[in-house]
Ligand binder design. Structure first.
Ligand code: 0O2
Ligand code: 0O2
Length: 263
């Protein structure tokens, strides 16, 4: 049987996970910079533990020297979305990329697994540039909503605890919980526009508030302490119930005040 230098073997996988996390988080950043809603809420990633690689190889009868060709999830990236229809958007974004090749996809969102597991999986081939040249590795994307992630995380830890032998009663409870997560996703989708509006409003307001706070700091640095504290009081009054119009008015008057003291 071949002996593997695990440290060296895992290097390209570690690099791939690091790169893919940065790339997917950048998609979110790009949307945010354009002040648009991002279908990506957050991204995590991991390289499979050596013990889990060996366990899985054993389960599927994969010889050690075939692991890199046959085990698809040594590098795993998880993309969390707020709403079910964001999953399709993320899938489209990934399909359009030129820096990876999609080998195949598994839609466990529409084809729920027996366990109740839902997620969209994409298996990709990804080139990694190392000192000694380029190597291609396999990686797995799991794209899911926050509710799907919550369920899968709990179920995964129970499977770990019970060594894949979850008692029947607990299994049934998990199925009920999976149904509840499904309903939650459906209901959230129905009020998606309302939620997005609220989040947008929150972002707009916090943007103006942080501008006002920076302007108050500018007044303080100009030595205009009484003016700064007057504006601070006005801000405190608006912080809970003030609307965007009132906050913008406060911002323009504080800016005018600052202009008075500029040379
Ligand atoms: P921010 O500003 O929090 O969004 P690393 O690669 O070292 O940055 P690592 O080791 O992959 O991060 O950590 P992990 O635990 O996988 O988390 C990665 C990112 O996902 C972190 O964001 C976490 O804040 C975020 N995250 C993890 N769980 C949740 C969650 O339940 N909800 C939300 N909204 N975010 C979560 P960043 O990249 O540090 O930046
Ligand atoms: P880990 O610890 O997350 O890495 P399988 O035949 O189900 O053993 P296969 O054929 O490799 O797995 O592909 P599949 O079904 O797409 O599963 C790949 C990964 O999806 C799993 O990796 C899990 O991360 C996740 N997954 C699949 N089914 C379930 C499930 O019922 N519950 C949970 N919580 N996760 C699931 P690993 O290697 O099993 O585990």
């Amino acid at each position: 049987m071949a002996i593997i230098n695990w440290k060296g073997f895992l290097v390209p996988y570690e690099q791939a996970v690091d790169e893919l996390k940065v790339k997917l988080r950048s998609i979110r950043k790009e949307y945010r910079k354009r002040n648009e809603y991002s279908p990506i809420e957050f991204v995590t990633g991991r390289v499979k533990e050596i013990s889990s690689i060996l366990e899985k190889a054993n389960k599927f009868g994969i010889p050690v020297e075939r692991i890199k060709f046959e085990m698809e999830d040594i590098a795993g990236i998880r993309v969390m979305c707020q709403f079910v229809d964001d999953i399709d958007k993320v899938v489209e974004l990934l399909r359009a990329r030129k820096d990876m090749t999609i080998l195949y996809e598994k839609d466990y969102v529409r084809n729920v697994k027996e366990s109740g597991y839902r997620s969209y999986h994409m298996i990709i081939k990804y080139p990694v540039n190392l000192v000694e040249g380029q190597v291609e590795i396999l990686a797995e994307f799991q794209i899911r909503t926050l509710a799907m992630n919550f369920w899968a995380t709990i179920e995964h830890s129970l499977n770990y605890k019970y060594k894949q032998q979850i008692p029947l009663e607990l299994k049934q409870k998990l199925k009920t919980a999976a149904d509840a997560a499904f309903i939650l996703d459906e209901e959230m989708l129905e009020i998606k526009d309302e939620i997005k509006d609220a989040q947008k409003l929150f972002e707009v307001k916090s943007g103006i508030i942080s501008n006002i706070m920076n302007s108050i700091l500018t007044l303080i640095s100009l030595g205009k302490i009484p003016e700064a504290s007057r504006y601070e009081k006005s801000l405190n009054k608006l912080i809970d119930d003030g609307d965007v119009w009132e906050l913008n008015n406060l911002l323009s008057s504080i800016k005018k005040e600052i202009d008075k003291y500029k040379d």
